[in-house]
Design a protein around this ligand. Structure first.
Ligand code: ATP
Ligand code: MG
Length: 572
């Protein structure tokens, strides 16, 4: 019997089965102004229509600076500022379809820039502010970006590659550009030249508004473009998955450099007129809890890595704060270990709702819903409007409990509209007729719940069995000494591959052979005779992407003495 956590109240989605069976995307159109003659543009729907309606003075964004100071921005202000910037960009020479990068810390100008670029028909390229010069150069070159909005200190960081960034026509400096040369222009001057009444440009459904580079967990990051019609699914995900309601204060901790940070971090909540908070500073358990307390955050969207770190920080930290405002918690981006779900229930008295998606899918596709029983370790069920299945290499749907490729039926509105400069890569996702193949391995149970096993590349073949690293990692983290772990398959003459685990211990535990044996045996009794680590390395950190994902390919390459591949997203 699978472990289950029943729902406490239904949420926006009252009855999953019924909603799933009755759903059709056309019924969602009426949520948008364009269905009443407005323009088709994500910026118009997220910001301008509120600026011209009853919500005009509502706070759209509380931008919390690293210093702790707070800058509130209303929908009206966001609309005017983004309009001025959009119009200013056009006067600067930017045209529809230009790739315009935004390399800023999480503060108001980042939000104004992204909305402004979409408004004038550009393709915004948000870059996480921790990226190094080479990573920026790679991305600029890949999609031939022609403008970059950047703060003075980040401009300093890319100075070594400025010459090579020759496709950039202008660097738009947020701050003082004295002495920075002719290729720079001040953000404030660009904005001052624009009209605050500038109207969003009408776009085609498949015209891209953003290019997001993937996390680089499995290889070189891909430039995924999402189209304006993604708004349909982003809105529905924020209603049904994130469970946003009028009056909510919502905090999505993902940086807008990653798809979570824009699709359900900015646009989705703003279509619904929800106030969001953003925090410029870095991760710190007490600071994070204090933000929830200070702003009475009701809905919180975060990621497994952050949750594991909070868990490691202990319950003492939780107890110092009043977190009773929280109503709903979501997690995405990586598999969510059952142990973390149990911890959330104990520490926050709240269920954590895991949901699955990719940069390529543009919005959540599989999820646990507030109205549904959670089975810890499962990603839940397809979102109403999304058809998901486990298929074999011929596209045949597999029976319950049989592992295979996690696939979606093309046609969900937020599906990528292309990969910049790489049509063959784009086609690879569709090589099985009738399906989009995600690259993840999973199975479905008798109740339709989908269970993640691992990336197709990470699946371990040992003693004739196939094994997902997630299962082993989740068993490992249940051991009281283990804080975090990553598991890979290591070639072995006898068994094909053996399971090798890299383990970060919790504070107060010391590495030893005895502990290795104990941990191995612990997993062996929980999983099976073959699914336990025959080799363990204790490490102080795991290689992760800057978006917080474990890079198993780096561990594997090191283990085998192979080249490490693209490391542009490796966090240091
Ligand atoms: P790259 O494509 O460059 O290798 P990436 O796949 O990590 O990097 P993203 O698009 O940010 O880039 O991440 C999508 C992937 O993250 C999914 O394919 C899946 O492997 C993993 N993922 C996301 N959400 C979940 C989840 N809820 N459970 C398990 N895995 C998840
Ligand atoms: Mg991927």
């Amino acid at each position: 019997m699978d472990e289950t956590i029943p729902p406490t109240d239904p949420g926006n989605l009252q009855d999953y089965e019924r909603a799933y069976n009755e759903f059709n995307w056309a019924s969602i159109n009426k949520n948008f102004d364009w269905s009443r003659g407005g323009v088709f543009n994500v910026a118009a729907e997220a910001v301008d229509r509120h600026a011209n309606g009853p919500m005009k003075d509502k706070v759209a964004l509380y931008s919390v600076l690293a210093s702790g100071d707070v800058v509130p921005v209303t929908f009206r202000e966001m609309s005017e500022r983004s309009s001025r910037f959009a119009d200013g960009l056009i006067k600067l020479g930017a045209v529809k379809g230009d790739r315009i990068f935004v390399f800023l810390d999480r503060n108001t100008d980042l939000f104004v820039s992204l909305i402004g670029i979409a408004k004038m028909g550009g393709i915004a390229g948000p870059l996480f502010s921790a990226l190094g010069p080479e990573a920026v150069l790679d991305r600029v070159r890949d999609c031939q970006a022609s403008y970059m909005v950047v703060s003075p200190y980040l401009y300093e960081r890319i100075r070594p590659v400025l010459k090579e960034l020759d496709v950039i026509k202008r660097f738009i400096i947020v701050g003082d550009n004295t002495g920075m040369g002719e290729r720079t222009v001040r953000f404030d001057d660009v904005s001052a030249s624009g009209d605050s009444e500038f109207k969003a440009v009408g776009m085609g459904q498949n015209d891209p508004y953003i290019i997001h580079y993937t996390s680089g967990s499995t290889g070189k990051p891909k430039g995924i473009m999402l189209g304006h019609k993604a708004m349909l699914q982003q809105l529905m995900a924020c209603r049904n998955v994130v469970d946003l309601r009028e009056g909510d204060i919502y905090w999505c901790t993902a940086d807008p450099g990653w798809v979570t940070g824009t699709s359900v971090g900015i646009l989705g909540p703003w279509y619904l007129g929800i106030t969001i908070i953003s925090y410029e500073g870095r991760f710190d358990p007490r600071t994070w809890y204090s933000l929830i307390e200070r702003f009475n955050v009701t809905v919180w969207f975060t990621a497994p890595t952050a949750l594991r770190m909070l868990m490691r920080a202990g319950d003492g930290a939780v107890q110092e704060f009043d977190l009773s405002s929280l109503r709903h918690i979501c997690s995405a981006g990586e598999p969510l270990n059952p142990e973390v779900v149990r911890w959330g229930l104990k520490s926050f008295q709240k269920r954590i709702h895991d949901n699955w998606w990719q940069t390529e899918t543009g919005a959540p596709c599989i999820s646990n819903y507030r109205c549904m029983t959670i089975k810890p370790g499962s990603m839940g069920r397809p979102m109403p409007g999304v058809v998901a299945a486990i298929v074999d290499e011929n596209g045949k749907e597999l029976p319950p409990r049989k592992e295979g490729f996690l696939a979606l039926r093309p046609g969900w509105p937020s599906m990528m509209v292309g990969i910049w400069g790489n049509i063959s890569k784009f086609r690879e996702y569709f090589y099985v007729p009738g399906w989009y193949i995600s690259g993840d391995q999973a199975y479905q149970d008798e109740d339709g719940y989908i269970w993640f096993l691992g990336r197709v590349d990470d699946v371990i073949k040992t003693s004739g069995e196939r094994l997902g690293p997630f299962e082993v990692e989740s068993a490992l983290i249940e051991h009281p000494a283990v804080a975090e772990s990553a598991v890979i398959g290591k070639p072995d003459e006898l068994r094909g591959e053996i399971v090798k685990a890299f383990i970060v211990l919790k504070p107060g535990h010391t590495p030893s052979e005895v502990l290795k044996n104990e941990i191995s045996q612990f997993v062996r009794t929980r999983l099976s005779y073959y699914a336990y680590p025959r080799e363990i390395d204790f490490v102080t950190t795991l290689p992760k992407t800057r978006s917080g994902k474990i890079m198993r390919r780096v561990l594997k390459a090191k283990e085998l003495g192979h080249p490490l591949g693209d490391l542009s997203t490796l966090d240091d």
